[in-house]
Design a protein around this ligand. Structure first.
Ligand SMILES: *[C@@H]1O[C@H](CO)[C@@H](O)[C@H](O)[C@H]1NC(C)=O
Length: 408
C-alpha cells in the first residue's frame, strides 16, 4: 500500500521548522488501519471502486488532454448481468476485470443488488441505471432473461431492430434517471447483437450552503488564457483537508447529504498532467484519506458544475483485460450463437448548485489557525464522489478545462 503522509495545520504549518514538520508527519502519518472493507457489501464496494479507478485510468490515458467522467457502478452492474449468461471460463474473465476475483462471496448477486438499492436511495441524489440490450434474432434463452429480471428487477431488452427500439431504450434510461439523462444510446444498427448500457445522474446536495452563487471568476488553464466561469463561495465552510506532498496536491473532502462526500484533488501547479494523482487512486487510498484528513473551516470556492458526458467504453474495457473475452464471449446461457459487442455506452450527468440545508457559522471556530485558510478550485483538478458508509465510488472526474463542466 502506498504510504500516505498528511500534514496538518496546512498553510500555518508551512511556517514551522523542518524538524517539526518531520515530527508531525511521523506522528500522524502512520498507516491507518483500513477498517471499512470488512463486510460483503463494503468489500464489493471496494472491488467495484477499484474497477472504476482502473477504467478511469484507461480512459484518461486514451486522451490525456480531455476531461473524463465516469460512474462505474452502472457499468459493473451491466457486466455482472452479462456474467450470469457466461460459461465458467468467460465468467472468470469478466470477474477478473470487475475485480470480483478478490471477493469470496457466494451471494455476490444478492450483495450487489442490495448495495445498488442502498446507493440509489433518493436522499443521496444519485440515480444510476444499467441494462443489457440483446438482438431478438440471437434466439435468446428465456431462462437467462428471467433470471436477470428476478435478480436485478430489470429484464434485458430485446431488440427487433429499428428506430422504435431506440426510443424505447432511451425513454427507459431517461425515466430511470428522473428525466436527467437523455439520449444515452445515440444509435442502434442492425448489427447490434449485444449492447451493455450504463447511465448515471448525480445531483450534488451539499450539507452546508454557499452564500455567494454564480460569481464569475477566473479558471486557470494549462497553456491557455484563463476563462471566466461561475463559482460559488462560502466563508468558514466546514471541510476535511490535507496536503499530500508526494502527490503535489491539496485534498479537500466536502460533505453532502446522506453520507455522500465529494473529494477534490487540487494540484499545486496549473497543469493538465494529473498522472501522479490518477495513479495513486485505489479504494484503500481513499479510505485512508477519509481517516486522515483534518476537519477545518475554510473560505471555500468551487466551480458550479453542470456536466454531461458520454462515451463508448469498449476500447478501454478491452485494455482492462477483457480483450480475450471480447474475442470469444462464450455466452452459452444467453444464446447458442456467437455474440459480439460493438460498443458499451455510458452517459453521465452531474450538477452541483450552491444550495444546502445548513448555514456555515458566521464566525470561525476557536481553532484560530483556520482563520486564514482558503481552498479555491480554480485550475485543473480531479474529483470523486464517494458513499462513505459503503465506500462505493459513485462518480469520478477530471476537469482540465471549464468546457468540461459547463455543457449540459
Ligand atoms: C506527467 O507527470 C508524470 C509524473 O510526474 C511524468 O512521469 C510524465 O512524464 C508527465 N507526462 C507528461 C506528458 O508530461
Amino acid at each position: 500500500m502506498r504510504k500516505v503522509v498528511m500534514l496538518f495545520g496546512l498553510w500555518s504549518l508551512l511556517s514551522l521548522s523542518h524538524a517539526q514538520l518531520t515530527d508531525t508527519a511521523e506522528a500522524e502519518g502512520e498507516e491507518e488501519a483500513v477498517d471499512l472493507f470488512t463486510t460483503p457489501r463494503t468489500k464489493l464496494a471496494a472491488a467495484t471502486s477499484d474497477f472504476g479507478f482502473n477504467l478511469f485510468r484507461q480512459l484518461a490515458a486514451r486522451d490525456p488532454k480531455a476531461g473524463v467522467f465516469l460512474s462505474p457502478m452502472s457499468i459493473s452492474a451491466a457486466f455482472t448481468q452479462i456474467s450470469m449468461g457466461a460459461s465458467e471460463r468467460a465468467e472468470k474473465q469478466i470477474y477478473r476485470a470487475l475485480r470480483y476475483h478478490t471477493l469470496q462471496d457466494s451471494q455476490l448477486h444478492d450483495t450487489l443488488r442490495d448495495l445498488l438499492s442502498s446507493l440509489r436511495a433518493s436522499a443521496k441524489g444519485f440515480k444510476s441505471a444499467d441494462r443489457i440490450l440483446l438482438a431478438r434474432k440471437l434466439r435468446l434463452r428465456l431462462e437467462y432473461l428471467n433470471s436477470v429480471e428476478k435478480q436485478y428487477g430489470v429484464r434485458p431488452q430485446t431488440l427487433a431492430a429499428g428506430a422504435r427500439d431506440l426510443k424505447t431504450v432511451n425513454d427507459w434510461f431517461k425515466q430511470q434517471t428522473g428525466g436527467k439523462v437523455e439520449q444515452v444510446v445515440p444509435s442502434l444498427s442492425r448489427n447490434t447483437a449485444m449492447l451493455p448500457v450504463g447511465a448515471a445522474f448525480l445531483k450534488g446536495k451539499w450539507i452546508t450552503r454557499f452564500s455567494k452563487a454564480n460569481k464569475m471568476e477566473n479558471f486557470q488553464r494549462d497553456g491557455e488564457a484563463p476563462a471566466l466561469i461561475p463559482m460559488m463561495e462560502q466563508e468558514n465552510y466546514p471541510v476535511k483537508m490535507g496536503i499530500d506532498p508526494d502527490l503535489g496536491c491539496t485534498i479537500a473532502q466536502v460533505p453532502m447529504e446522506d453520507g455522500i462526500s465529494m473529494y477534490f484533488f487540487l494540484p499545486d501547479e496549473v497543469t493538465q498532467n494529473l498522472t501522479l494523482i490518477e495513479e495513486a487512486l485505489t479504494a484503500e487510498f481513499v479510505q485512508d484519506l477519509s481517516n486522515t484528513l483534518h476537519a477545518v473551516q475554510v473560505l471555500l470556492t468551487l466551480p458550479v458544475i453542470k456536466l454531461s458526458y458520454s462515451t463508448d467504453l469498449l476500447p478501454s474495457l478491452s485494455d482492462l483485460g477483457l480483450s480475450e473475452w471480447l474475442a470469444e464471449t462464450d455466452l452459452v446461457k444467453i444464446t447458442n450463437q456467437p455474440v459480439k459487442l460493438n460498443a458499451v455506452h455510458h452517459k453521465v450527468v452531474m450538477e452541483t448548485a450552491p444550495e444546502g440545508a445548513e448555514y456555515a457559522s458566521t464566525t470561525p471556530t476557536v481553532n484560530g489557525q483556520s482563520l486564514a485558510l482558503t481552498y479555491r478550485v480554480d485550475r485543473p483538478f480531479l474529483f470523486l464522489v464517494r458513499d462513505e458508509p459503503s465506500g462505493a465510488l459513485l462518480f469520478i472526474g477530471k476537469v482540465l478545462n471549464p468546457r468540461d463542466i459547463g455543457r449540459v
